[in-house]
Ligand binder design. Structure first.
Ligand SMILES: Cc1ncc(COP(=O)(O)O)c(C=O)c1O
Length: 484
């Protein structure tokens, strides 16, 4: 009979951590090729029947080192600028790992729970949110937006005497956003029982920002209809182009119509640290809820989003689980003698997760390591990189900028009179970039043009990566033209 079942292997921590550290360091050099170079090799090694008997930690660790790590993702590569995701910093990963062992849950009277609130306060202060706004962590922008819109739904229905958390959604609703809003807004509407069709697309200006006059017009029209307005959703840093909606104007319109004002800054809120663009966030303090994702620009490991709200009590009314037998008796908050004698701040009733890792320790560590100044330096560096690409593209006869960068995204493409289908041509350039595996932006559509879209957020991504990307796009474009 195997002895490997449920054996605590604590004595081997230092040995395996050292081995893992060495392998991960090597991984980050990205000299191992791409997982898709020879997928059959690792697939063959990893595929197998369900083991009846365990093999123990050693052989599993060997497989992790041989087959998993070298066939992992390019997301941590410094030349990766696709989507809006990145590898964590070393300290972010280490703190997350530490928390998974030392405090597997955020509940309890622990140092980790303590940092949950302190880090939220630091984050809010760093990003210029008013001090009365309180936060809650969740798994990322998707859930953070869901939580914010859950609060908006609660607020709107309470104003007409209905508790939607208890009684459900008893009226057709509307959320006002733009076509450039992240689709997690639409999914949130679906999950909250409002329906995807509740999201109305307000027109954008030529820079991709919500058009205030169109919002005003739509709210006025809807005021005489059957709809309950739930929220105006502004984006501070759109996913495609990094545009920032005119927050103050939109907030004033939302307020005049007594509608909740939400700002999705999942990607772009840290941009406020860059003095070149700080003014674009004017009016942020008027938001009822704001979302920002530490696992994007701030370098946290995946799984950390944040919702800030003006009034956290509303979150409790929207999301509380209510009393339950299994919660009775175990905890004695009045006579706390052990860290198990209290839940601490009841975050589990402010969102949709009961079990949750204590994410605050990670954010605390990230901010403590490099400070606000270090974060600002990273944001400014990445914003400057997007501008550098725009400058180089403007100066080159075969490149074109389709949206001037606001933050760290630049939307540009290769153009030449000899190309009949520019979208297909730029798609081919992008395919080749991914195959080369050194500079990996995404693509997006600007109006009906397919553009190359780097979004720089990686802590290990430096100025020269922007230069290299432009050089590579030119080289690939030139060679594609020559081989036609
Ligand atoms: C503006 C915006 N909101 C929300 C999200 C969703 O975030 P997540 O992927 O963390 O769920 C994204 C993702 O890129 C985003 O750009």
């Amino acid at each position: 009979m195997s002895t490997f079942i449920e054996r605590a292997e604590c004595d081997s921590f230092p040995r395996y951590l050292k081995q893992l550290g060495t392998e991960l360091e090597r991984f980050l050099c990205f000299e191992h090729g791409d997982a898709m170079d020879k997928p059959e090799r690792w697939q063959k090694a990893l595929r197998g029947p369900l083991p009846e008997q365990g093999v123990g930690i050693g052989p599993v660790m060997d497989e992790i080192k041989r087959y998993l790590i070298p066939n992992g993702s390019k997301i941590s590569h410094p030349g990766f600028s696709s989507f809006i995701t990145t590898g964590p910093t070393t300290l972010g990963a280490l703190t997350s790992f530490t928390a998974s062992i030392a405090a597997p849950q955020r509940l309890g009277l622990t140092a980790f729970q303590f940092l949950e609130e302190q880090s939220l306060e630091w984050l809010g202060e760093m990003l210029s949110l008013p001090p009365y706004m309180k936060g809650i962590y969740s798994s990322g922008g998707s859930v953070a937006n869901l939580v914010a819109l859950g609060a908006a739904r609660q607020w709107a229905f309470e104003h007409i005497g209905i508790d939607p958390a208890r009684d459900g959604v008893l009226k057709p609703c509307r959320i006002y956003a733009t076509a450039s809003s992240h689709h997690t807004i639409h999914r949130s509407a679906a999950v909250l029982g409002l329906g995807r069709n509740a999201v109305v697309a307000i027109k954008e200006d030529c820079e991709g920002r919500m058009c205030a006059t169109d919002l005003q017009r739509q709210l006025t029209t809807d005021a005489s209809g059957p709809y309950l307005p739930i929220a105006v959703v502004a984006t501070a840093g759109t996913t495609s182009a990094g545009a920032i909606d005119p927050l103050r104007q939109l907030a004033n319109i939302a307020r005049a119509h007594k509608v909740w004002f939400h700002v999705d800054g999942a990607y772009g809120l840290p941009g406020i640290l860059d003095p070149r663009v700080t003014a674009l966030y004017d009016g942020l303090e008027l938001a009822d809820s704001v979302v920002v994702d530490p696992h994007k620009w701030l370098g946290a490991p995946i799984g950390i989003g944040t919702t800030f709200v003006r009034d956290r009590d509303i979150l409790q009314r929207a999301f509380t689980q209510g009393p339950a037998d299994y919660l009775e008796g175990t905890i004695s908050e009045t006579t706390a003698q052990s860290s198990l004698d209290g839940l601490g701040i009841p975050y589990a009733d402010f969102g949709v997760e009961l079990s949750s890792p204590p994410r605050g320790a990670v954010v605390w560590a990230l901010i403590k390591e490099i400070g606000k100044a270090g974060m600002r330096e990273r944001i400014c560096r990445h914003n400057a990189m997007a501008r550098l690409i725009a400058e180089r593209a403007r100066a080159h006869p075969d490149l074109e900028v389709l949206r001037e960068p606001t933050l760290s995204i630049c939307c540009f493409r290769y153009v030449s009179q000899n190309i009949t289908d520019l979208n297909a041509f730029n798609r081919s350039i992008h395919r080749q970039l991914l195959r080369n595996g050194e500079n990996m932006p995404s693509t997006t559509m600007i109006d009906s043009a397919l553009v190359i879209r780097p979004c720089f957020i990686g802590a290990r991504t430096l100025e020269y990566h922007a230069e290299e990307l432009v050089d590579e796009v030119i080289a690939i474009g030139d060679s594609l033209i020559q081989t036609r």
